[in-house]
Design a protein around this ligand. Structure first.
Ligand SMILES: *Cc1c(COP(=O)(O)O)cnc(C)c1O
Length: 369
């Protein structure tokens, strides 16, 4: 039984009739960019999150960039974020013209180590982008307290955290802005690219709506230099259908994560990341740690057994940017670097089955022993 890393076909099959109907409605409407289907999704996602303003756009990467632009963060400003994660977070900071300042990870969770934040602060710090990596929310209480003291903007990278909860409140709704991605493999994914910026502040939402549409809400009106980063009606209609299933899919992921955790306790040489109190992960990715010198072999042997795995992510962001001449090559973030060498992502999606989870654990048992 081959076990793919992700199975979008299995996710789509049971909702295929609803998706077909939604696409048909968009085709009939001839409103393909922005318009009523996009508004309908924005309202539905806002109601789901408990946040008044949702601005649909092109991608999660654009949501991060447009958040920075809408908040006026740019050249001369420093933005704090995690040293480990997906490149898009650092890319958005660079595109805004600001300087990323990285913070090392907590080895237990792989989330930004909040105790190391104070050392990273300078007079130029203007914003912080906590990343809810793998779907586990960062402790937003302490982040907001620090942000208030220092008057930073808080932009949550919730691109992996649809439906994740910290202290009873949705990830992405704690900061000034939350950024979501609807890339196909995310917990809420389109059949293509998509993203959203969410906020409680109507002025930020208004600026974001201008920025995604060539700087103006009306055609041929340009109040600022913007972008073309609108959400397609087709994708919005698909997302509206899929949103109804998100909580059920996340609950299934939570069950498989619990099953992995319980069974992996017995596997020598494998450690799992800590699941913290007061928060519910959406288990976007299930990441384990193994000995760095054995990881490639473990991956290859699992692969030979038909079990696909991933590495999220192979290189820390300070190294990626240093290689591009955009970050001091002398900076070290030892925990992020060690994580990158030892992490391994196991298959994780709602449509897994108990025999599949058993097979993955048996496979690991076989190669790690
Ligand atoms: C996916 C992702 C992004 C970028 O989203 P896209 O929609 O692919 O542009 C940004 N940050 C994190 C943490 C992500 O996982």
């Amino acid at each position: 039984m081959p076990i793919p890393f992700l199975d979008l076909r299995a996710q789509l099959a049971p909702i295929r009739a609803d998706i077909d109907r939604a696409l048909h409605a968009v085709m009939e409407s001839q409103a393909y960019v922005l318009g009523p289907f996009v508004t309908k999704f924005e309202v539905a996602f806002g109601a789901y999150l408990g946040v008044p303003h949702v601005v649909g756009m092109n991608s999660g990467t654009d949501a991060l960039l447009i958040a920075l632009r809408a908040l006026g963060v740019g050249p001369g400003d420093e933005v704090l974020t995690a040293a480990n994660g997906f490149f898009a977070t650092a890319e958005a900071i660079c595109h805004a013209g600001a300087t990323p300042v990285f913070v090392d990870a907590d080895p237990a969770t792989a989330l930004m180590d909040l105790t190391q934040l104070p050392a990273a602060i300078t007079r130029k710090t203007r914003a912080i982008i906590p990343v809810h990596l793998y779907g586990q929310p960062v402790a937003m209480g302490p982040v907001l307290t620090l942000a208030k003291t220092h008057r930073w903007w808080v932009i949550e990278d919730a691109c992996q955290a649809h439906g994740a909860i910290y202290k009873g409140r949705q990830a992405g709704t704690w900061g000034d802005v939350g950024c979501f991605s609807f890339y196909p493999g995310k917990n809420l994914g389109a059949l293509g690219d998509g993203g959203a910026l969410v906020t409680r502040d109507p002025a930020i939402a208004e600026r974001a709506r201008q920025l995604i549409n060539h700087g103006g809400i009306k055609k041929y009106q340009h109040d600022q230099v913007g972008y073309n980063s609108r959400l397609d009606a087709m994708q919005a209609a698909i997302l509206t259908v899929k949103l109804r299933h998100l909580d059920r899919w996340n609950a299934a992921r939570n069950r498989w994560a619990t099953a992995y955790r319980e069974r992996l306790v017995a596997v020598r040489g494998v450690t799992t990341l800590a699941a913290l109190d007061e928060r519910r992960s959406n288990d976007h990715l299930f990441v384990i740690r193994v000995a760095p010198d054995r990881r490639d072999q473990i991956r290859a042997r699992l692969d030979a057994r038909g079990i696909a795995t991933g590495i999220h992510y192979p290189q820390p962001l300070h190294e990626v940017l240093a290689a591009l001449g955009r970050y001091p090559a002398t900076q070290r973030f030892p925990v992020a670097e060690a994580l990158c060498r030892s992490i391994l992502s196991l298959p994780m999606y709602a449509e897994l089955t108990e025999p599949m989870v058993d097979e993955v654990v048996d496979g690991l048992q076989g190669v790690c022993a």
